[in-house]
Write a protein of this length. Structure first.
Length: 319
């Protein structure tokens, strides 16, 4: 395999740190307007070689947290791959390769659990991130009327986190929920989950009636999650009925290739008989971490919009 070229443009920034100090470095690329880069952030003690060795690209957000082993100056380097993968496997750059870099030793939020709250009863969420003081571990959500998201802000936070505002039943994953101990849920539901640790498999079991239709969708990319989701629908015996992505379609290899836009990581299912069925969620490459979060929507298969016109014919007046 061709190695990334080390002669492509990159950006370095030296910053002093004290021994034992934890610093978060987060660069945001392809989710910014007009940007077309997958940003990668690395932190090292002074050589570009060590920076490249510790770099690991994820689409949209690249976040790295380090604890300084000694006082001194450390290098933060930002470089990029194209947001649309190609065969060159090279670093890239250009006028539209823009990013926003956040460097902080303060509190930094990666996400909140649950990832979505009910508009009528938003309650509180648990903030997940780095250098968070105990007073900010639980955060009250106060959405604006008719808002689709709620901003989580505080003077001690170095960034602004978002939580989705929805209607209906909200479910939060509860461990253990592996294949031997599936988590029982009722449908419809919107499930906030996380694949952690490495190799984790989340399993949700539910009942359906013969002929009943359900729509399942898993979301990661819009959450800035590094999870490459695999979604399996099985019957009570463990037989796989559907799987996303469809391995037979050959979407391609390479980390990030399964991070499909909305519409591709979803399926509609009609129960062939009464009984229990289950959904399995895992990572395509067996990864897992605090950041590998997802939203799993299990809803009725019905149109969420309606088209109508006032009349079935119209007469246009002559000029």
């Amino acid at each position: 395999m061709e190695r990334p070229s080390t002669r492509e443009p990159n950006t370095r920034s030296a910053r002093p740190s004290n021994m034992g100090e934890s610093r978060s470095a987060a660069s945001r690329g392809s989710s910014l307007p007009s940007a077309c880069m997958n940003a990668t952030t690395s932190v090292c003690g002074g050589t570009a070689a060590s920076a490249a060795r510790h770099a690991r690209p994820y689409p949209r957000w690249s976040t790295r947290t380090t604890t300084a082993p000694a006082d001194g100056a450390y290098i933060v380097r930002v470089f990029a791959f194209p947001s649309d993968p190609n065969s060159t496997i090279r670093f890239a750059g250009g006028d539209n390769y823009i990013y926003r870099l956040t460097l902080t030793t303060g509190a930094f939020v990666d996400h909140a659990l649950p990832l979505a709250v009910n508009h009528a009863q938003p309650g509180t969420v648990e903030l997940m991130g780095w250098n968070l003081p105990p007073s900010l571990k639980r955060f009250a959500v106060k959405p604006e009327p008719y808002a689709e998201t709620a901003a989580l802000t505080h003077p001690l936070l170095a960034n602004v986190a978002q939580v989705r505002v929805e209607t209906g039943r909200m479910v939060v994953e509860k461990e253990p929920n592996d294949p031997c101990r599936p988590q029982r849920i009722e449908l419809p539901a919107l499930i906030s989950g996380r694949i952690d640790p490495v190799g984790d498999i989340d399993v949700y079991r539910f009942a359906m009636k013969k002929g009943e239709e359900r729509f399942f969708q898993i979301e990661t990319q819009r959450l800035d999650s590094p999870l490459d989701p695999v979604l399996k629908l099985q019957d009570a015996t463990g037989k796989t009925l559907f799987e996303l992505p469809d391995r037979g379609k050959g979407r391609g290899r390479g980390r990030g290739r399964n991070r499909a836009p909305a519409g591709e990581n979803e399926l509609a299912f009609t129960a062939p008989r009464d009984g229990d069925f289950q959904l399995l969620v895992t990572d395509l490459y067996g990864d897992g971490s605090l950041r590998h979060v997802y939203l799993l929507r299990a809803a009725k298969s019905e149109a969420d919009f309606k088209l109508s016109v006032a009349n079935d014919r119209f007469t246009m007046p002559a000029d």
